[in-house]
Design a protein around this ligand. Structure first.
Ligand SMILES: Cc1cc2nc3c(=O)[nH]c(=O)nc-3n(C[C@H](O)[C@H](O)[C@H](O)COP(=O)(O)OP(=O)(O)OC[C@H]3O[C@@H](n4cnc5c(N)ncnc54)[C@H](O)[C@@H]3O)c2cc1C
Length: 501
């Protein structure tokens, strides 16, 4: 028999748990009219993963949905701004390209400007790099930062941004927010989960004997998947064959060099290293495949490649790429690491938590009679994570590197059909097909494809209709306007100083 859903119980107090707690509280505890209750239980002795410091622009949507003052968040979490990612050595050693946020210039006759760039690139391989028409790439390269300004006919209209922030401080910030809005916070270790005859979760038992009952449970317990896997047996689709990296060594260092408004990712022998600048330190790490490098070899790469004075011991984290076959099962929704994991190359894990909690609001169940909503939610969520998976695989599979076993594997492995079709259409007809709700829009795909020097043979027939001089002139004017806009923008460091006081 169906019953109304009033009491939500979240297991886990990492980024996923507190994003869920803060969002549910903001929506459901605005007034007491709904009669809702939200409880979050976490185990301080288990702790949180404590990595996850780079985001994509949906982090702004979260901050704005929660009515958080951005300056306060930036101050409290030692955040910096992020305009995109600089990829080094991915196509060949010594090469570099950018995946920026924002737009690549304006739409011209209802077609994106990057199509005009592509037409030029096909005709003339000496065409200046794509990043000349990206305000985010150009500002990032100059260590400048400016906020987007909408509807002004200015180049800042094409700008978008995200944040780098301290993962532990971020979770604490959202915890304080959630508690202030009425989330009941319990510290304790869940040792048993009780289900009813229909397989619905009824209550959680804690190590100290306490019990927590609820109508709907949100599993944010991390890789262990306490409810979704251990109790409800939702299977895990393993994607290691597409994304073989499965370990990371994380290592913070003291600030060194300018405060860059971008993440840097260097391709290495068996994976890649990251550099994420925060106000007070730099987050670094090596993500690698244990199939292609031993832990000692990986540590040697860290010692060789990660510069700066260390402020903590290196920490090794194990993971597996894949997704929960059903992220929502019975009366339990999984979020964060409990729901699946993609390597952090494009900083998408926190985005997926945000996207899934917003999607849950779109499919919000009144009662336990939610089967149609549950199926629709799962279908859309799976579509999104698979699109992100394909985009991440793209960074590897089109590389020209063949210098190690790792690179020989990732450049010859099977790829998903969905990605294969996308690449075929691009290579044959210069088109990048995207669905409206894809996280990575065509401008992201073209940034990686062009950066990896994958240029189609034929240009898009719609663009071919316009004379090449038309495209040349627009590209030149847009690049000049962007260069001028970047010259006038403040440095990232001074923008931050002004914001945080
Ligand atoms: C190397 C690496 C780098 C990453 N970088 C990024 C990045 O740049 N950007 C990004 O968006 N994401 C990144 N991620 C992913 C990101 O860290 C996570 O998605 C995010 O922090 C969410 O974690 P979580 O809350 O799901 O899990 P966790 O932080 O692991 O939290 C799990 C919670 O569950 C609780 N718990 C577990 N078992 C029990 C129990 N029995 N009883 C009670 N409580 C329990 C724990 O105490 C904890 O509070 C990265 C991940 C890795 C591995």
């Amino acid at each position: 028999m169906s019953k109304d859903i009033k009491e939500f119980v979240i297991v886990g107090g990492g980024s996923a748990g507190w994003i869920a707690g803060a969002c549910l509280a903001r929506l459901l505890l605005k007034t007491t009219r709904g009669g809702y209750k939200i409880t979050l239980v976490e185990s301080p002795e288990i702790g949180i993963i404590g990595v996850g410091e780079a985001t994509v622009p949906s982090m702004q949507d979260l901050i704005s949905f929660l009515n958080i003052d951005e300056a306060d968040f930036v101050r409290a979490t030692n955040a910096t701004y992020k305009l995109g990612i600089c990829f080094k050595d991915w196509n060949k050693i010594g090469g570099e390209y950018w995946h920026p946020f924002g737009e690549l210039g304006p739409m011209i006759e209802n077609q994106p400007l990057h199509q005009h760039w592509l037409q030029q690139k096909i005709i003339n391989p000496q065409t200046p790099d794509l990043h000349n028409i990206s305000i985010c790439s150009m500002a990032a390269r100059a260590n400048k930062f400016q906020k987007p300004v909408k509807n002004t006919q200015s180049v800042y209209e094409w700008l978008s941004y995200a944040y780098h922030f301290d993962a532990v401080k971020g979770a604490e910030y959202l915890r304080d927010y959630g508690k202030a809005k009425g989330v009941t916070h319990i510290e304790g270790r869940v040792t048993d989960v009780k289900t009813d005859n229909d397989g619905m979760i009824e209550k959680l038992k804690l190590q100290d004997g306490r019990e927590i009952t609820g109508d709907f449970f949100i599993d944010c317990s991390g890789f262990v998947g306490l409810l979704i896997e251990k109790t409800l047996k939702s299977e895990f689709d393993d994607w290691t064959h597409y994304l073989p990296v499965d370990r990371a060594i994380a290592l913070p260092t003291k600030p060194n060099g300018p405060l860059t408004p971008y993440t840097t990712s260097w391709a290495r022998e068996a994976g890649w290293t990251w550099r994420i600048p925060l106000q007070n330190r730099v987050g670094n790490g090596y993500v690698y495949s244990s199939k292609f490098a031993s832990d000692d070899e990986a540590m040697a790469t860290v010692d060789k490649c990660i510069a700066g004075e260390r402020i903590a011991e290196p920490r090794t984290i194990k993971f597996k790429a894949g997704r929960r076959r059903e992220p929502w099962v019975k009366n339990c929704l999984s979020l964060g690491l409990a729901s699946g994991f993609l390597e952090p190359l494009e900083s998408t894990a926190i985005h997926l938590v945000i996207a899934n909690i917003f999607r849950f609001f779109d499919h919000f169940p009144k009662s336990t009679n939610f089967e149609v909503l549950r199926k629709a939610f799962n279908q859309r969520g799976i579509r999104e994570i698979e699109e992100i998976r394909d985009f991440i695989i793209l960074h590897y599979c089109v590389s020209e590197r063949k210098d190690t076993d790792f690179w020989r594997y990732v450049t010859t492995m099977d790829i998903p059909d969905t990605l294969g079709e996308k690449l075929d259409i691009y290579k044959g007809q210069a088109k990048i097909l995207a669905d409206y709700y894809d996280l990575f829009r065509p401008m992201s795909w073209i940034s990686v494809l062009a950066g990896m020097e994958v240029i189609p043979k034929n240009s898009n027939p719609i663009i071919n209709i316009v004379p090449p001089e038309f495209s040349i002139n627009i590209l030149r004017d847009v690049s000049a306007a962007i260069a001028d806009g970047v010259a006038k923008a403040p440095s990232h460091e001074s923008f931050l100083k002004q914001l945080t006081g």
